[in-house]
Design a binder for this molecule. Structure first.
Ligand code: NAP
Length: 306
């Protein structure tokens, strides 16, 4: 039986990491690039390159623009949170009824925006702890082993195509608790990432600011409880301390975005939590102040504030 093609929207770090592993395992993969100029650049490059454990391999994966006609049954959305809704909207007319859409975006907010744009699709949220970065255009380095949790926030049984991820060596598990996991990851990000940007430090150096971290975690815990996410709140401060110790030498993703002059996903991280608190009528002075300081910092660097 012919397998369903994986359409991958966005051939950046995570998109390339998924595309190359699926292609390596013999799955049909199509990259969807943003325009004809990017398609031309990709074709000139001759494929997508994966560097893993010192080995560098290029895969000649088919690519197309949004304008291609082929129907899409399974779409992996691998762009940043702030691009996801628009990117999916531009292929909406190609989606087959009930198409599966896997959303790799960090934070929260973009998933709901996508789901509202394509109500007939089956949106699946992915929480990934894998790490990858681009060393060149259309070339990705697999920098950190991790795991992918997938789920749709409903009590749906796991899709049969998950076995293709197993065949491709993509570590994963279907979970009924995906929203808890996304909220938990979001809370950890809100506690750690903005402070690393404002103090200009590695994760481990936040150990010197434990009082501030503890107060922020207390506010986050109360916010999660207030927003109907009590399970994401359990033991938050302890986990924050564990994470900053375990990743002491690392720079957070937000720190790296700012250091490299890239737009951050602030609206889907700290911004999302502040908005959720406001909607539930809960006052979050520490997070609002942190967000204002972060926005000032971004503006000072000439970066977008949302
Ligand atoms: P990235 O390297 O910046 O890649 C994003 C890609 O999306 C780029 O290739 C970009 O195209 C493409 N894109 C944007 N708009 C598009 C459109 N309309 N049509 C087609 N392609 C479009 O980002 P990333 O690091 O892979 O991150 C993706 C998401 O995964 C983020 O939410 C991130 O937080 C999350 N995440 C990343 C990692 C990681 O280690 N990288 C880990 C966990 C979670 P161009 O190349 O043309 O700009």
């Amino acid at each position: 039986m012919k397998s369903t093609p994986w359409h991958i929207l966005g051939a950046g770090s995570l998109g390339a990491l998924w595309a190359t592993r699926l292609a390596r395992a013999g799955m049909p993969v199509r990259l969807i690039l943003r325009n004809a100029a990017r398609l031309e650049a990709y074709n000139a490059k001759g494929g997508l390159t994966l560097s893993e454990q010192g080995q560098r391999l290029t895969f000649d994966i088919a690519a197309q623009t949004m304008a291609a006609q082929e129907p899409i049954h399974r779409l992996l959305v691998a762009c940043k949170a702030y691009d996801a809704e628009q990117a999916v909207a531009s292929v909406a007319s190609r989606l087959a009824p009930g198409a599966d859409i896997l959303l790799l975006q960090n934070g929260l907010g973009s998933q709901d925006a996508v789901a509202a744009r394509v109500p007939d699709a089956h949106c699946i949220f992915v929480s990934s702890t894998e790490g990858a970065f681009r060393d060149e255009d259309f070339s990705v380095v697999f920098a950190g082993q991790g795991f992918n949790w997938l789920g749709d926030g409903q009590q749906t049984a796991e899709p049969v195509w998950l076995r293709e991820l197993a065949a491709a060596g993509i570590p994963h598990q279907w979970t009924l608790d995906i929203l808890d996991r996304l909220w938990r990851k979001l809370a950890l990000n809100c506690a750690i990432n903005p402070l690393t940007v404002l103090y200009g430090c590695r994760n481990g150096e936040l150990q010197a600011h434990d009082e501030e971290l503890r107060a922020l975690c207390d506010e986050l815990v109360r916010t999660l409880q207030r927003c109907g996410q009590p399970r994401a709140a359990i033991g938050l401060h302890e986990e924050v301390v564990r994470v900053i110790k375990a990743t002491a030498a690392n720079y957070s993703s937000m720190y790296q975005d700012v250091a490299q002059g890239r737009r951050t996903e602030i609206s889907y991280l700290l911004g999302h939590v502040c908005k959720a608190a406001e909607l539930s009528g809960y006052d979050v002075p520490l997070m609002n102040r942190l967000r204002a300081q972060l926005i000032d910092h971004l503006i000072g660097k000439g970066l977008p504030s949302s």
